[in-house]
Ligand binder design. Structure first.
Ligand SMILES: *Cc1c(COP(=O)(O)O)cnc(C)c1O
Length: 421
């Protein structure tokens, strides 16, 4: 048997940091990663022979649970007919129809291979149709690793972002204007100071600084400001799409964005993203229009089959029931920690929640950062030692799924009861 420790040691000599995406290395919680042999339902099974109740769920996609039989069968059947054609296939049309039917703001859609590609492409489209260059993004929101979105969080209102990583040209991030989440006045001030704003991009419910909900009126305020100033409103629903509700956050909050980015859930675990929106904008995409965007593997038949099977199952799913179970679970979990005298703030919507170890309400990145990371690291390690896989960072979400059982949730609560703080 090769252990996680042995695999990680070898991986570090071959792959930067030993991982293909940074947070997986578990650095911020001071642990080494577990290597997963297989997953089923709500469970991960490690190469070390351990079984964990999973609340990461591949960072959101596995809303139906791991290795869902319908999704697995659909992908297997599609694979027998070839993995990729580089030519159109029927499943792409079915997928486009399913997305257009589900998401109110999407009249046309283009499939890509990741959430990162979706947001990069949507921003290019917004810049192309408006003829403007700047984009407003919110501190603590994540839109994938495209250059334009890596402006340092923490930059003040109306100041230009600085590159958050070496390798991003100053000139690129100069067009990225950052403002705190939920700060509508800050957005208005940016529009007053800049006449070259192509788009506002926002996670309608923020899920990448831990879970942070939009204040009442925030999203409608963004809609109104974008319309008033001739900018496009881009909803990054890569997490919220098909998770908050079948129609995404825009159906829950009743907001009509110009463009919407999807990812995670729509691939059923395969690498898929999509961006779509108003027909008059989407018609500008090549080859119908003049704005270029392409992808060798985009819309590949195996991913489309898995995604379609996922959407078909979700169309019948009891979202309200899962939300109620998640609320009861998250509030019990928070109560267990609070009874130990620990400060806990609980943010939750639908099947997503974050417990922040802090006193103050968490409404933006600055308040999220008041949470005690050292305590979260201890909590993570404690829970992992008792067979519960939480996100390896306090600034991430916990995701439940339709596969989580009462026994899974009880096991998790029992593990938390034994946490010393
Ligand atoms: C995960 C995520 C992305 C990036 O998606 P990838 O598939 O990792 O490229 C973009 N936006 C949001 C809101 C995300 O959560």
């Amino acid at each position: 048997m090769t252990t996680s420790a042995e695999l990680f040691a070898t991986a570090k000599t071959l792959i930067p940091g030993g991982v293909n995406s940074p947070v997986r290395a578990c650095k911020s919680v001071g642990c080494d990663p577990l290597f997963i042999a297989r997953a089923a339902g709500s469970k991960l099974f490690t190469v070390d022979g351990d079984e964990l109740v999973d609340f990461v769920m591949s960072w959101g996609p596995m809303l139906l649970g791991h290795a869902h039989p319908g999704v697995t069968e659909a992908a297997r059947a599609a694979m027998l007919d070839g993995a990729s054609y580089g030519a159109p296939c029927p499943a792409e049309v079915a997928m486009a129809q399913a997305v257009v039917d589900a998401v109110p703001g999407i009249e046309m859609v283009r499939m890509v291979n990741s959430g990162t590609e979706a947001t990069m492409s949507a921003l290019r489209l917004a810049r192309g149709v408006t003829g403007k260059d700047a984009v407003i993004k919110f501190e603590g929101c994540y839109h994938g690793h495209g250059d334009a979105f890596l402006a340092a969080a923490g930059s003040g209102v109306a100041t230009f972002g600085i590159p958050g990583t070496p390798g991003v040209p100053e000139g690129t991030v100069r067009h990225t204007l950052t403002v705190p989440y939920n700060d509508l006045d800050g957005v208005a001030a940016l529009f007053a100071a800049h006449d070259d704003i192509a788009a506002i991009i926002v996670e309608p419910v923020a899920g990448n600084m831990g879970l942070v909900l939009p204040k009442p009126g925030f999203l409608q305020g963004l809609r109104d400001l974008a319309t008033k100033h001739g900018a496009l409103l881009i909803f990054d629903e890569v997490i919220t799409g098909f998770r908050l509700a079948y129609g995404g956050a825009q159906s829950v909050f009743g907001i009509d964005p110009d463009l919407t980015c999807l990812g995670k859930i729509i691939g059923g675990g395969f690498p898929v993203g999509a961006y779509g929106g108003k027909r008059r904008f989407m018609e500008r995409i090549s080859p119908e229009g003049d704005i270029y965007q392409a992808g060798t593997l985009s819309g590949n038949p195996v991913a489309m089959a898995a995604g379609l099977a996922t959407l078909a199952a979700l169309a019948q799913a009891d979202y309200a029931g899962l939300a109620a179970r998640t609320e009861s679970f998250a509030s019990t979990l928070a109560g267990i920690l609070a009874d130990k005298g620990l400060p806990v703030v609980r943010n939750r919507i639908a099947s997503i929640f974050t417990l922040f170890f802090t006193e103050s309400p968490v409404t933006d990145f600055a308040t999220a950062k008041t949470a005690d990371s050292a305590r979260y690291a201890r909590f993570y390690a404690h829970m992992r030692g008792r067979g519960v896989n939480l996100a390896p960072s306090g600034f991430e979400c916990a995701f439940t799924s339709f596969a989580h059982t009462d026994a899974d949730l009880e096991k998790t609560l029992d593990a938390a009861r034994a946490f010393a703080g």
